[in-house]
Every structure is written in structure tokens, then in C-alpha cells.
Design a binder for this molecule. Structure first.
Ligand code: SAH
Length: 323
């Protein structure tokens, strides 16, 4: 994959959520969370700043909502970002990835037509049994898999991923996760350690987590290395959760085979309200601080930043007909 590491600015634009995942801090039932949704103006302003600063790509992530007001607003934002971030340096505008959960085929189609060309939807685990233990009855593993296949069908570059160190998860399960990525022709992989959040039904995992933190860091790094060996031409992210578990977790991620980093570009005023797990780093950073800090971190690993480049995974071209 070469020496370059590519950026995806990560904008967490809303923490409102209809889902109730047992591990996640912004689940619907967590009434301690102050809910927010950024305005279209605010989202576009962040995108423009990212384009100016050379990020190349932006990921819009939020809790899950399926109402028409939310979808229509997101569609408008995607169109505006694609139109307004075009420049000599970025002739096709910012590369846009979405991470807004399970949606209907029609919604995925609309967002693709608006200009988003990548979509991240984590499978969380390829084991249907573990998935069932992590989610309420209405959220189904089969539905998640069907969404991933639909996204692929519609011509998105598709990202998925898993949490590592989930209760009851074995090394065999992790090996199956890699086979899932292969069999579903996944282009991008985002994996991180599972980190307990105090205000969730899985808060009881915290003591075990504290004991096994180091082991979990190593297991996550080995998963990155194993995915890189098994699927040489996919993009792999060194995730924020890796840094949450160790101050240099992301650098280690890059050294073990990751080629994507995701600087947080969420406005400082709402960052504290998008806590999926406890101990999330960078909550107090000034906006823009993440870029300089991460560039230094990438250079420390002996790699280069792909400034103003989309950095799409070659896997996409290898595995499909040209669009
Ligand atoms: N609503 C969007 C975004 C989910 S948040 C969607 O459904 O796709 C992005 C990812 O954060 C999740 O897919 C999950 O893998 C991860 N995550 C959530 N809670 C976590 C926790 N406690 N520890 C580690 N990762 C977590």
C-alpha cells in the first residue's frame, strides 16, 4: 500500500440515536447524555475548513435516525460539501464517507447519488450469537449483513469492522471476522478494542477490562496485522479507540499495518457529548489541534501523510468492474 497514510476528518455531527446497543454510550436509553445535532451551516463550515487544511476526505458520523427530516438534511449537506469543497487541489471535492447506521436501500441510493462514495457500517462481530448478546431483539445481525451487501451493490466503497475483546469473543471468532471481511468484499476495515462505558448495561465489564487492557491492545494490533496480511489491498484505520487504550495506540496501529487515521474535527463544544466509551482522548483539544498532532504522529512512524488525496483502497478497483 506504499508509505502514505491518509486522513479522514471525523465529524460526529449528531448523537441522537434510535438504537440501544448495550455497549454504546450514546444509546437511546442513556438519559445522562445531552443530545445535539449540528446545523447544516456548521457541518459545511467544518468541511470547508478540512478541505482548506488538506485533509482530502471527511467522514460524517452520527447516531442512527431514519426520519425523513434527518435523511433530507444529510442529503443536502452531502450535495453542498461536494459542490463547495471543489478547488484546484481537490478537483472532485472532499472524498466523503458516511457512517449513519442501517438505512433502507432507497436511502443509501439517495445518499450515493448526492455524492457520498464510501460508507462505514461495522458488523461489530461476525458471530451472530455474540451480536445477539450485544443488542436488543429489534436489532438483527441478518439485517446488518444485508445492509453491507446492499451498500456494496450500490457501488459504495464499503467499510466494516469489529470490536475486539468483547465478552465471550474467542480468537476463532476474530479469525471468522477476517473471513467475513474477505467474503463480503470489504474495502475498508475499522477495528478497535471494546472499552466499557459506565452508563451502559455492560458497565460491569469495566473491572475485567482494567485487568486485560494490555492484552487487548496487543490483540487489536495483531488483528490489524492479520487483516493486512490476509487482505493486502484494503484500507485499515488506526482508530481513536486504539489511542484511548494506549497514548501511542494509533502509532502502533500504523506500524502494524493501518494506513488511515481519523483526526477528530467535531467542534469542541459538543465533543464531550459524543462519548461512545469511557476515556475517549482529545475531548479538550482546540479545533484544528488534531491535525498538527496527528501529522507529527504519522511522521514518527516513518510514513508520509497523503495531503489532499482521497486515498481510496485499491481493493475497490481490483474487486469490481470500473464504474
Ligand atoms: N450509528 C452509527 C455510528 C456508530 S459509532 C452506526 O450505527 O454505524 C461507531 C462505532 O463505534 C460502532 O460501530 C462501534 O463499533 C464503536 N463503539 C461503540 N461503542 C463502543 C465501545 N464502548 N467501545 C469501543 N467501540 C465502541
Amino acid at each position: 500500500m506504499g508509505a502514505k497514510v491518509y486522513y479522514r476528518g471525523l465529524l460526529e455531527f449528531s448523537n441522537r440515536c434510535r438504537s440501544d446497543c448495550y455497549y454504546c454510550g450514546i444509546r437511546k436509553s442513556n438519559s445522562k447524555v445531552e443530545r445535539y445535532t449540528l446545523s447544516e451551516e456548521e457541518i459545511v463550515a467544518v468541511a470547508l475548513r478540512c478541505a482548506e487544511e488538506g485533509y482530502g476526505s471527511l467522514m460524517l458520523q452520527s447516531g442512527e435516525r431514519r426520519d425523513e427530516a434527518f435523511i433530507a438534511s444529510l442529503e443536502r449537506v452531502v450535495r453542498r460539501i461536494k459542490a463547495e469543497t471543489r478547488s484546484a487541489a481537490l478537483p472532485n471535492g472532499l472524498g466523503l464517507s458516511l457512517c449513519v447506521g442501517e438505512q433502507s436501500r432507497e436511502v443509501y441510493e439517495r445518499l450515493r447519488a448526492a455524492g457520498a462514495h464510501r460508507y462505514l457500517l461495522r458488523i461489530e462481530t461476525s458471530s451472530p450469537e455474540i451480536f445477539a448478546r450485544l443488542h436488543p431483539r429489534g436489532q438483527s445481525f441478518a439485517e446488518r449483513v444485508a445492509c453491507i451487501d446492499t451498500l456494496s451493490d450500490l457501488g459504495y466503497l464499503v467499510g466494516t469492522g469489529v470490536m475486539i475483546g468483547l465478552p465471550g469473543q474467542t480468537v476463532d471468532d476474530l479469525a471468522d471476522d477476517i473471513l467475513f471481511f474477505r467474503d463480503h468484499r470489504i474495502d475498508m476495515v475499522g477495528m478497535g478494542p471494546y472499552i466499557p462505558h459506565a452508563d451502559t448495561p455492560m458497565a460491569g465489564c469495566a473491572a475485567e477490562y482494567a485487568k486485560r487492557k494490555r492484552e487487548q491492545l496487543h490483540l487489536t494490533l495483531k488483528m490489524i496485522a492479520a487483516v493486512r496480511l490476509a487482505l493486502p489491498d484494503v484500507n485499515i484505520a488506526a482508530t481513536t479507540a486504539l489511542q484511548a487504550i494506549h497514548p501511542f495506540g494509533r502509532e502502533w496501529g500504523i506500524r502494524f499495518g493501518a494506513n488511515i487515521v481519523m483526526p477528530l474535527v467535531t467542534p469542541a463544544s459538543v465533543r464531550k457529548s459524543y462519548r461512545l466509551y469511557d476515556g475517549k482522548p482529545c475531548l479538550d483539544d482546540a479545533p484544528g489541534a488534531c491535525l498538527g498532532c496527528l501529522s507529527d504522529r504519522v511522521v514518527m512512524t516513518g510514513r508520509k501523510v497523503g495531503v489532499n488525496e482521497w486515498g481510496d483502497a485499491p481493493h475497490w478497483m481490483h474487486s469490481r468492474e470500473a464504474p
